[in-house]
Every structure is written in C-alpha cells, then in structure tokens.
Ligand binder design. Sequence first.
Ligand SMILES: C[S@@+](CC[C@H](N)C(=O)[O-])C[C@H]1O[C@@H](n2cnc3c(N)ncnc32)[C@H](O)[C@@H]1O
Length: 203
Amino acid sequence: MSREWLRKRKKDPFYKQAKVEGYNSRAAYKLMELNERLSLFSAGSKVLDLGAAPGGWSQFALEVVGQRGLVVAVDLVPFSGVKGVEFVQGDIEAASTIEEILRFSNEFDCVLSDAAPHLSGNRNLDLGRALALNWAVLKISVVLLRKGGSTVVKMFRGDELIELKEGFSDRFRRVEEIKPRSSVTKSNEIYVAFRGFLGWQED
Ligand SMILES: C[S@@+](CC[C@H](N)C(=O)[O-])C[C@H]1O[C@@H](n2cnc3c(N)ncnc32)[C@H](O)[C@@H]1O
C-alpha cells in the first residue's frame, strides 16, 4: 500500500462512513446498493459470500437476513468481528471448499463474490485469473443455488467478461452488469448479476 493510496483512502467518504457505522470495509456500501437495485436477499434468506474478508458484505448480509437466515463466508484468510456468520477458510477454486460449504446448506438463495485475484499488473494475466476465479464461483453456484436464486460476481471489463456471461447465461433467466456508486469510477471493475437460476443440469 503506497502513501498515495492511504491518503486517498482517508479522504474517501465511503471509507469514513464505514468507520462510523462499524463496517469492516467500505465494500459494504456496494452490496447495499446491489441489494437495493436487484433484491438479491431479504429476511430469512441463505447467503453464500465468497471472497468475504474483511467482512463488510457478510456484516450487511447478516443484518438483512436476520436470525432466521444464514450467511456463510468463505475466504483464504480469516477475519474477525462478524458474530453470527459461519466461516469456511478455503480456496474458491478447490473442490474441498464446496464440501465444507455443503455442511451448512445446498440451497442458497444468493451467492455473492467480491473475490479478486492478486493483481500482477499484467492485464491479460489478471483478466485470465479473474475469469478462472469467477468460473469457479459460477460452478459453485449451479451446485449450491436454489431454483430462482441469484449470483453476483465482481469482474473486469474485457473479452473475458463476455466469455463468462456467455458461459452461464443459459443457466439463468437474466444477466446484467452493474457499477455501484461506491465502486471507484476510474476502475475497470464491474459487477455481473446472474438472476433467476433455472435449476441444476449435469454438464
Ligand atoms: C476485495 S476483498 C473482499 C471484500 C469483502 N467483500 C468485504 O466486504 O469486506 C477480496 C477477497 O477475496 C479473497 N480471495 C481472492 N481469491 C480467493 C480464492 N481463490 N479463494 C477464496 N478467497 C479469495 C481475498 O483473500 C480477499 O479477502
């Protein structure tokens, strides 16, 4: 983290708001907007949050789903301060991680992924890694979503985004791209919502 990055972050209104409101990350506001616009989950829903650390999305999801609901968070690294969230430490791309998640449910209403690979600076390499990661998220989704459920992933603009959308569009009723207000305008990042899961089919 450079000094410049730290200086910009301190000035960021969403960073300040997250501090005041007790969210572990400013990313919580992205999920608030995504849920407001897309109605992904509500009280009693089961939510799977992939690439969840440091936990802002899980915190917000838990507030919405409440005690009757379930939030399962997955990340390579553990995080603290989110009581009530079930945590699986593991790699989204590893088969063993699905086994762990299955201990909690096989019928999630919503699968979220804010996961991003560690960026190398090489655009092609980074886009390829992001595609592989999101391909794994969608593979998990078609196994663990209930019929009618939704998946939202973070992706970067480019041919890989088109490939991802085409690869899974026949499994969902609607696929759309969304750029939340709290997503840094200059960044290439975009969220893709796959909604209305049509049900499990063998490949
Ligand atoms: C931008 S952060 C997520 C922020 C989170 N949504 C929040 O609200 O605080 C991305 C996370 O993805 C995780 N991640 C990246 N690749 C992963 C993988 N293959 N398996 C599991 N987690 C991964 C990283 O460890 C990191 O914590």
